[in-house]
Design a protein around this ligand. Structure first.
Ligand code: HEM
Length: 480
């Protein structure tokens, strides 16, 4: 296995920046390519890489396909990017795949659609609010002083009091570890388990879970006379099959990744009111324990984070970060964690198919490195709508948008036939119609919850390319 070139990667690939709890996402548009490249050159010097850790703040950058085009990347190179990225999240085809319909359709988004396109994403992280606002100001000054990029909008993630998302569940535990990243022991200590996945599942230029190098965007060598980029490191026959010639290409993708960003608003009161109504006995009083139990059956973990398969009857905060479990041996029928629960759909682990080992290997070809952050204030009373927006800036990294993020969204989250179920989708964030169901298996009798509607709406989104550091310098150079 080739060693990871961490110093040539942006830091967000290696770290979720948990030591930097405040974050903001600045979206920009390229107005003029020369000026934008000059701005990018200055920015590149301040990017946090995977080779080090900054205790105060971090800056990472990513670009959409129209952003790369606006920067002046030539058409041949642009055509080597995968189709999902070229088409973009808001395109009709991708919307169909993702289930972005009705009030989650791109036409109603705040950004990332035809009305408000974005080219560049700046991800800003800081130790505290004061440092974050200084970082935002400095970046805004840089943008205002350039004559190449324009500010579109800045999304604040602020600071959350803990690691729970707004429905009230501990988030961020089920994460794969990039093999060779040196993070295995840390993850083992924290969660009791570490699933190592080949680097090529997340970082372009490395071998993936199929044992082949991840598909990577390329640049004609004549467009890189300064040799900023490395010659492409692919077997000649594979390169020929992909490009029609086996030499003369440089690797624009190396040490980069694809970043999926979705602004997901969460209707917390509606979620808990639904769960409240579903657990009441006729007109009887609400039952807080029954509410939490049903909500946990929708998520697959208790609010503390304890997995239902490890603690089926009650929450157990001592298992808050527990990740050492499968479903095949202990919970085949979903008596503990329902088959349609959010975490079981998003990562079925060893449960799909007859052979648990093969099932786990297959599931590991659809893993996501989640890097999102919640936004908005916590709700004071989850049963009372306060009219304020809150949600999740869902961000994930993957080497293949179609095979990873879109597959999880389409084939697992929104699949009515998932795992032998019929006619139901992810109860937490699936494309519900108002008539949705969620089956909670039980022995002897299962329960079926009816009338689920959408608790999560898409407010904006885009597919970005997160370049490696050499690629960033190339994009900022005159040749691109
Ligand atoms: C507002 C929307 C969402 C909420 C509130 C939410 C909430 C959660 C929670 C509470 C967990 C369990 C804790 C953990 O393992 O980290 C979880 C796990 C997970 N979620 Fe979500 N999620 C949301 C959207 C998504 C989306 C859009 C995807 C992917 C398309 C996704 C993929 C995952 C994955 C892969 C896991 C880990 C499963 C595992 O390994 O067991 N989530 N989510």
């Amino acid at each position: 296995m080739s060693e990871l070139e961490r110093a040539d990667m942006q830091g967000i690939l290696m770290s979720a920046y948990a030591h930097l709890p405040c974050a903001a996402y600045m979206m920009l548009r390229v107005a003029e390519p020369r000026g934008a490249r000059a701005w990018l050159r200055t920015l590149a010097g301040g990017i946090t890489t995977g080779g080090g850790k900054d205790e105060q703040s971090s800056v990472n950058v990513a670009l959409t396909h129209p952003g790369l085009a606006a920067l002046g990347v030539d058409a041949r190179a642009l055509a080597t990017f995968p189709m999902a990225f070229q088409e973009g999240m808001a395109s009709e085809k991708r919307s169909r795949v993702l289930g972005d319909t009705e009030d989650s359709a791109p036409a109603s988004w705040r950004w990332g659609n035809a009305a408000t396109p974005v080219h560049v994403l700046l991800m800003l992280f800081a130790r505290d609010e004061t440092i974050l606002s200084a970082v935002i100001d400095a970046q805004k000054r840089g943008v205002a002083g350039s004559n190449g990029v324009e500010h579109v909008l800045t999304l604040s993630a602020g600071r959350q009091p803990d690691t729970r998302e707004h429905f009230g569940f501990n988030d961020g535990t089920g994460q794969p570890v990039i093999a060779g990243s040196g993070r295995k022991m840390r993850q083992l200590r924290r969660t009791g388990h570490a699933t190592e996945v080949q680097p090529g599942e997340f970082v372009l230029g490395y071998v993936n879970e199929y044992g082949v190098p991840a598909e990577t965007p390329l640049v004609d060598a004549t467009r890189d006379p300064g040799k900023v980029l490395r010659d492409v490191d692919l077997p000649a026959d594979l390169l020929f099959a992909r490009q029609g010639s086996s030499s003369g290409w440089r690797d624009l993708g190396r040490n980069g990744s694809y970043l999926v960003f979705r602004q997901l608003s969460q209707d917390v009161a509606r979620f808990w009111q639904f769960v409240d109504a579903a657990t009441r006995n006729g007109n009887g009083p609400g039952d807080p324990d029954a509410r939490v139990r049903l909500a946990a059956k929708m998520v697959g973990r208790w609010p503390s984070g304890a997995p239902l398969v490890k603690s089926p009857e009650r929450d157990d905060p001592s298992l808050a970060h527990e990740n050492n479990f499968g479903y095949a041996d202990t919970d085949e029928h979903g008596f503990a964690c329902p088959i349609g629960a959010h975490i079981r759909r998003c990562n079925p682990r060893d449960s799909l198919g007859d052979d648990p080992k093969k099932a786990r290997a297959a599931a590991n070809r659809h893993r996501l490195l989640r890097r999102g952050r919640s936004y908005g204030d916590r709700i004071a009373d989850p049963l009372v709508d306060d009219g304020r927006e809150r949600g999740l800036h869902f961000i994930c990294l993957n080497a293949d948008i179609e095979r990873q993020f879109e597959f999880v969204q389409q084939t697992w989250i929104n699949n009515p036939m998932f795992g032998g179920l019929t006619g139901e989708v992810d109860p937490l964030m699936g494309t519900q119609t108002g008539r949705g169901t969620h089956t909670v298996p039980h022995d002897p009798l299962r329960t079926r919850i009816h009338g689920l509607s959408r608790f999560v709406h898409v407010k904006g989104g885009a597919y970005f390319f997160l370049p490696g550091m050499a690629a960033l310098r190339y994009l900022a150079s005159a040749e691109a």
